[in-house]
Write a new protein. Structure first.
Length: 334
């Protein structure tokens, strides 16, 4: 915990944005360490506080002198706007993880985030959830659930989380593909020429073409059995914006390079399966080790904040050099 605080010391926030009017260090706030400890050991914040107050050896182990009340920690978390909170946590991740240069590889995948609702005891229908901030969803691995769909983006080979989106229920992956790329480009996470790996859920000829023509990235979406390379190549053409540039020939050469690279990677897409599989181990780490399985949160604002903290814990783990498949699986099964 001390190493984490040392690496994140300069990550500042403006309390006026959170409602106080002063600048500060989020990782130096009373209770920040307690929140991370609670999530790491999958226990309630109030339990962590009670144990720290009772046991001096635990306080020494965590290197904590001041132990705030649980209500003060919840108040601290509640006063943040969720967008500000997400920005703060991602800035912390950016400070403790190694940054890569151009032509990066990003991996995109999604998983269910179920809420702790006992719908076996009392039947809950779609009508019952009207007006709620969560919906029924379906996952091939989990089955039906009530909650959200988490879309996570990690950088390869560092495995650093760089972005996430949260959707109610379980919308089709192919339909949120455009939203994902818009978010990655808006936040300047995906740069021109980057390779982004998707699974078959995002499959669609128009999605391959959109990645190149509109977003200038190479979308390696794992193809289905009926995929035809000739059909895709016939759909790829220069966007009209190329001809409005000062040097259209240079732009054409850039697009030809993107198309050539996409074709080569799709012809050998199976070699990217082990790479994409790394994000599955990241999800297992977050769910099994950091209690992302059933959240005791029932508003999107609250869920986003706690998912954000789970993403931060994952980033901290990989920043400490734990980023091999074997090491991640060991922690997930711990």
């Amino acid at each position: 915990m001390g190493a984490i605080r040392k690496n994140t010391r300069y990550c500042q926030f403006t309390k006026s944005q959170a409602g106080d009017g002063e600048a500060g260090d989020i990782t130096g706030e009373p209770g920040w360490d307690d929140v991370l400890i609670a999530m790491f050991f999958s226990v309630d914040i109030s339990y962590v506080i009670s144990e720290l107050l009772k046991r001096e050896e635990l306080r020494r182990f965590a290197k904590l002198v001041e132990i705030p009340e649980a209500k003060d920690i919840y108040r601290f978390l509640a006063r943040f706007d969720e967008k500000l909170f997400i920005g703060l946590v991602l800035s912390v991740l950016g400070s403790i993880c190694v940054r890569r240069g151009r032509n990066r590889v990003l991996i995109v995948d999604s998983t269910d985030v179920s809420l702790d609702l006992n719908w076996f005891r009392k039947k809950i229908t779609k009508t019952d959830l009207e007006g709620k901030e969560f919906k029924w969803g379906y996952s091939s691995s989990k089955g039906y659930y009530i909650g959200y769909k988490l879309m996570l983006v990690i950088e390869y080979p560092s495995l650093r989380p760089v972005a996430f989106l949260l959707h109610q229920g379980s919308p089709c992956d192919a339909k949120i593909y455009e939203e994902i790329l818009e978010e990655l480009k808006r936040r300047r996470i995906a740069r021109d020429g980057d390779t982004i790996i998707f699974d078959k859920g995002y499959y669609g000829y128009k999605n391959y073409a959109m990645g190149i023509s509109r977003f200038k990235v190479i979308s390696v979406i794992f193809p289905r059995k009926n995929f035809k390379m000739e059909k895709l190549m016939a759909m790829l053409s220069y966007p009209l914006s190329v001809f409005n540039r000062s040097n259209p020939e240079k732009e054409k050469e850039f697009y030809r390079g993107l198309v050539k690279s996409l074709k080569a990677k799709l012809e050998n897409w199976e070699k990217y399966k082990p790479i994409r599989g790394m994000i599955e181990d990241i999800f297992k780490l977050a769910k099994n080790a950091f209690s992302l399985k059933n959240l005791h949160r029932y508003t999107k604002r609250s869920v986003e904040k706690f998912v954000c903290l789970h993403v931060l814990l994952v980033g901290i783990v990989v920043s400490l050099g734990i980023n091999s498949k074997e090491e991640l699986q060991k922690i997930a099964e711990w």
